[in-house]
Design a binder for this molecule. Structure first.
Ligand code: DI6
Ligand code: FE
Length: 395
């Protein structure tokens, strides 16, 4: 397939824009990219914008139940932490997810996945963490894997058994840590159900020490780690994660400069989640200036989850990252392409370059800056995955 008359945002060094460019795809891989050299059969794309397929590198897409009532409670004065402490929050979704069958989880997750795919997403990360017992964690990860066989999308799974302490283990953290490290992890790793391990390091969840225990166990199975860190307070989780060469630290609104320095040294990606910031009406934005100063790669993601971020749009997330955190549209697009790939440890995607997987999105816009600009408008024209058109039509 030889596409011509494109504006190509290669995402190599920023936009890496090639005007009037062409891309040759063979066997699912990008064979050449550069200024127009039309020979042979070509497809004229009418000057449309081509970007890498979008990557949502942090979601909790698989879950049971609904938490709209908590949205109301928060707007009536309760805080996210109040609701969690009273047994709602994550635990409310845990109860619903335990009660749901695999088929039910699959059906509701498919619906959400469709929203993301409609905007050019070709790779998505999905976490467990609403089971908090071995069987339900396994059930969630299996559903996540199945999603990737039912729709044209690559699913990367993350084991988040350390999302919070389930109520039955509220007073005995050690016992739950044993279940996570000695039962769930060996099973999940043994069945190849997880590509990474995550934890929620926060006052209302796991301490830095407890998280370290989980990370040690993950590394023993050769699984890379990532962390929900410094979302509501600065506990120093990101600094500890850097010592484990974490793929990413996510949220990080309260990360201080010392923390930024340590993730800069470890090559860890900073994943910003403006949806959660927006829904929880947080005041403290992540340290964007420090991240820039220390040249930390920044990704952004929906954090799609029923509690803090019922956001089903990566384009809207790009817009929120610009408006709420002051990212430039260029940084926002890097955040859902090149840097999102990096946050998942994927080297074969996220840019348009020779040898990269041909996962591409074609947009009815002329400039890459047009993608983060509107809210609630979807200019997607077509999606190519592994070199095949899976959505829309090429002109
Ligand atoms: N931070 C989040 O954003 C999700 N998990 C986490 O640790 C949300 C969890 C939820 O409220 O269901
Ligand atoms: Fe999250």
């Amino acid at each position: 397939m030889h596409l011509t008359n494109l504006s190509i945002a290669t995402m190599v060094n920023g936009y890496g824009l090639i005007e009037k460019g062409a891309v040759l795809i063979e066997k699912g891989v990008i064979k050449s990219v550069g200024p127009d050299t039309p020979k042979g059969t070509t497809i004229d794309c009418g000057g449309r914008l081509l970007t890498p397929g979008l990557i949502d590198c942090h979601t909790h897409l698989v879950y049971g139940g609904n938490r709209a009532a908590e949205f109301e409670q928060r707007l009536n004065g309760a805080t996210y932490a109040d609701i969690a402490t009273a047994g709602g929050g994550i635990m409310s979704t845990v109860r619903a997810t335990r009660a749901a069958s695999e088929a039910e989880l699959l059906e509701s997750a498919l619906r959400r996945l469709e929203s993301l795919l409609a905007e050019g997403v070709t790779t998505i990360e999905i976490k467990s963490g609403y089971g908090l017992d071995v069987e339900t964690e396994v059930k969630m990860l299996k559903v996540a894997r199945t999603l990737g066989t039912l729709r044209p999308v690559d699913v990367k799974t993350t084991f988040l058994g350390a999302h919070t302490f389930p109520h039955e283990f509220r007073e005995d953290h050690e016992a739950y840590l044993k279940i996570v490290c000695d039962q769930a992890l060996p099973r999940v790793a043994g069945e190849g159900l997880a590509d990474a391990v995550d934890a929620f390091c926060e006052g209302i969840a796991f301490s830095v020490e407890e998280t370290r225990t989980v990370f040690k166990a993950a590394r023993a199975f050769n699984l890379p780690v990532k962390l929900h860190a410094e979302q509501l307070s600065n506990l120093g989780g990101a600094k500890m994660a850097a010592r484990f060469k974490a793929l990413s630290v996510d949220h990080i609104e309260y990360l201080d400069e010392e923390g930024v320095e340590s993730i800069s040294k470890s090559g860890t990606v900073a994943v910003l989640l403006p949806g959660a910031f927006y829904y929880l009406r947080e005041k403290q934005a992540p340290p964007v200036a420090e991240l820039r100063r220390h040249k930390v790669p920044v990704a952004i993601a929906t954090d799609l989850n029923p509690g803090s971020s019922p956001v089903h749009s990566l384009l809207a997330t790009m817009n929120m990252a610009c408006v709420l955190f002051g990212l430039t549209p260029e940084e926002a697009l890097l955040g859902v392409t090149a840097n999102a790939a990096r946050a998942l440890g994927l080297k074969d995607r996220g840019t348009i370059a020779v040898g990269q997987k041909a996962d591409l999105a074609l947009w009815d816009v002329k400039r890459p800056g047009d993608l983060a600009y509107p809210l609630g408008f979807n200019p997607l024209a077509a999606v190519i995955r592994n070199g095949e058109i899976i959505k829309g039509t090429l002109p």
